[in-house]
Design a protein around this ligand. Sequence first.
Ligand SMILES: Cc1cc2nc3c(=O)[nH]c(=O)nc-3n(C[C@H](O)[C@H](O)[C@H](O)COP(=O)(O)OP(=O)(O)OC[C@H]3O[C@@H](n4cnc5c(N)ncnc54)[C@H](O)[C@@H]3O)c2cc1C
Length: 529
Amino acid sequence: MKKRLVLIGNGMAGMRTVEELLGLAPDLYSITVFGAEPHPNYNRILLSPVLAGEKTLQDIVLNDREWYAAHGIALHVGDPVTAIDRKRRRVHTADGQEVPYDRLLIATGSVPFIIPVPGAKLPGVIGFRDIADVERMLVAARGGRHAVVIGGGLLGLEAANGLLKQGMEVTVVHLLDSLMERQLDKPASAMLQRALEQRGLRFLMEAKTDALLGEDRVTGVRFADGSEIPADLVVMAVGIRPNADLARSSGIHCDRGILVDDTLQTFDPAVYAVGECVQHRGNCYGLVAPLFEQAKVCANHLAQLGYGRYQGSVTSTKLKVTGIDLFSAGSFLGGEGTEEIVLRDPGVGVYKKLVVKDNRIAGAVLYGDTVDGAWYFQLMREGTDISALRENLLFGQHHLGDAGHGGERRAASMADDAQVCDCNGVTKGAIVKAITSKGLFTLEEVKAHTKAAASCGSCIGLVEQLLASTLGSDYSAPEAKPLCKCTDATHDQVRAAIREQHLISVGAVSVKLGWRRPDGCQVCRPASN
Ligand SMILES: Cc1cc2nc3c(=O)[nH]c(=O)nc-3n(C[C@H](O)[C@H](O)[C@H](O)COP(=O)(O)OP(=O)(O)OC[C@H]3O[C@@H](n4cnc5c(N)ncnc54)[C@H](O)[C@@H]3O)c2cc1C
């Protein structure tokens, strides 16, 4: 008889673990999945483009109901697990179901932190976490005018940008004096703030929220200095907290999150946990790349293969605001024993800083031109000695090698387990295997078969290089194809137009060549740059 696996939390980390497990041991378990949300599994990181009107909810579904059925998985959505009886190895749900397990996987994610100020519970005050939040924001945007976003971090700025695009007047309130201070140094942060102000966002910096005002629903925000601003909607984006209450109440050992070892096992050997709800070697993560690494190891142990170890992750971040390119990784502030290599060109809106320690990249901040972010991140993760590259390092990967083939050679020399698509956790090895075993020739085919490059798009260049290096002379598609969906012009035509018409900014290229989207996209912006 098959063993019984129950997954609590139908989100990104839990379902990735199930997908990995199906790849390793498809017949080992009969699987039951409980999700609190009334939806099948979707790509949470793409809620920002949905809010901004750039994607639909349908676009972001990762596994639809037919997929669960086809894999024999019993899916219960909109039915949260309310208790875990570890003695009898059963879970109890809000709808009154009682389901036994041999192995339990907890992947309950995080909850947004709501600042406990007076008025925080008023209708119209929300977090930014799930489809329901996005739907609330879209309704508010139809009826209201003033939105206030509390928190000038990654999530807050993506929420603010989306609400602005939905026609609201948006004020971002930030406690500190610079935006995204956990990812950006001051010069990059200042450039970002200026660019967002030019789009119409307002900022109240060093502002401490004292109370949210209103009787039946929120109408305004009051600050510590006594000033007030109107608000029809308040989005709190000041941080997240691991959602570990269910595990804690069942006696599983927790600190900030559910404590797991390097196999993702909790203190109860029958119970595993992955994702934002866990705490591993003192760290709780809030990005998908580490969770996908956890998923791989956890699946390996659930499959009873027993050799994977998760040892923690180095992370990088990008901001998903169309028209603003930003990348940050590692120790970007520098400090004792480090050197900084900086390129700053305010004229074209480019700022790049690499922090180097012992001839190795320790951190990076890129603003305006992020095309080499993935490369720097790889050099950083692999601890590559950059002495030989140093002279041209800031000018990017395409300066290495001859006639523009440096990228292909680099792609070819990447390790098989190097991650190419951070959003979907796809390695070089998986992409090359799909290209060769399934006979893929185009970027679209790679996207469809592997999910690589199908989310934020920042790895498209790298995927194309992998296609080129794997297929060799068989790969000729991009030269003949339009540069991207913003234009019908090919790469070569754009290059020729830049030369002939002396176009010296990305904006000038998009205006002169009649881009369909004035801001361009993740493909044509870096390419034009
Ligand atoms: C708007 C937004 C943008 C983001 N952008 C990025 C980005 O650009 N890059 C990046 O790396 N990361 C990004 N993230 C973070 C990323 O989405 C998370 O790291 C990831 O989704 C966490 O996966 P998880 O499975 O741990 O949690 P989730 O994906 O949140 O899944 C947890 C699921 O468990 C369910 N659940 C909770 N309790 C129960 C219960 N008792 N019973 C049943 N189900 C339960 C929840 O409803 C939820 O569906 C973003 C997040 C948001 C909200």
